[in-house]
Design a protein around this ligand. Structure first.
Ligand code: SAM
Length: 247
């Protein structure tokens, strides 16, 4: 179970809300049962249930566990907002694959409109899906899901990463694997690295966006000789990078 960091106290942890209900009603948890609880960021523990009340389960921490399910390479998937519920698929599947974070963005050919005030429910839903996928995949962290940003904001954020791969459907030259392998080989042993993959919407990227991305420091890469659906491309890119890194 993932709980907020503030639910951890000296030697104990409290699980509330939907998770407490799940432990009590679905798992039929009882005092003495052992569970793994994580703060979704940096701490994971084995804990024993000491009290079950309506809406809250209290656990005694038995031991700190090593965070062994995360890759040393952190892959953030920037996805131009796709239609319908495709963003949910991207978040769910890329979380299972091992993505570290998601940045939805709006680009020239984005079809859907995003109104932050009206759509905060959608963001909550994405985060819920992400948490559930992280639990199912036995992740140690819950990837961060940001609110959609503009193309300009996304370009600015390129500076925060060690490598940015712009997945360009018209890229006939460099393929992602050929770009990633030498970059990984150049990393000191055991060192981590922050990678951003940028994926376009149903209608793809414009030539101007391609030029702006390269100007901002991205490397344009292909993902093979077939055109992937926009919701498939991020999964393929994340899997390829993590596979190449051996994780
Ligand atoms: N029309 C389809 C759809 O509705 O999903 C295909 C969309 S494809 C143009 C969407 C995005 O996926 C592209 O902008 C690109 O980022 C990525 N993509 C798909 N196939 C790719 C490929 N072979 N190489 C690189 N990127 C690719």
């Amino acid at each position: 179970y993932f709980v907020a960091p503030e639910q951890f106290a000296e030697g104990a942890v409290r699980v509330g809300g939907e998770d407490a209900r799940h432990i009590a009603k679905v798992m039929r948890g009882k005092e003495g049962d052992k569970l793994i609880v994580s703060d979704g960021v940096s701490r994971e523990v084995l804990a024993e249930i000491t009290r079950i009340e309506i809406g809250e389960v209290t656990l005694n921490i038995l031991e700190a566990l090593e965070m062994t399910h995360e890759a040393r390479i952190s892959v953030t998937v920037a996805q131009s907002l796709p239609k319908a519920d495709k963003m949910e698929t991207v978040i769910q599947k890329c979380t299972e694959i091992g993505a570290a974070a998601f940045v939805p963005f709006l680009s020239e050919r984005t079809i859907v409109q995003y109104d932050e005030r009206k759509e905060s429910k959608r963001l909550d839903r994405w985060r819920k899906i992400c948490k559930e996928a992280a639990e199912q995949a036995h992740r140690n962290i819950v990837p961060a899901v940001g609110a959609p940003v503009s193309w300009k904001q996304l370009l600015k954020s390129f500076a925060d990463y060690d490598a940015v791969y712009f997945c360009y459907e018209k890229e006939a030259g460099l393929q992602l694997r050929s770009a990633v392998a030498p970059w990984l080989a150049g990393l000191p042993p055991e060192a981590g690295g922050k990678v951003l993959v940028v994926v376009g919407p149903e209608g793809g990227f414009s030539v101007e966006e391609y030029a702006q991305a390269e100007e901002a420091g991205a490397v344009s890469v292909g993902l093979g000789r077939r055109i992937l659906r926009c919701e498939t491309a991020g999964m393929v890119a994340a899997a390829c990078i993590l596979y190449e890194s051996g994780e």
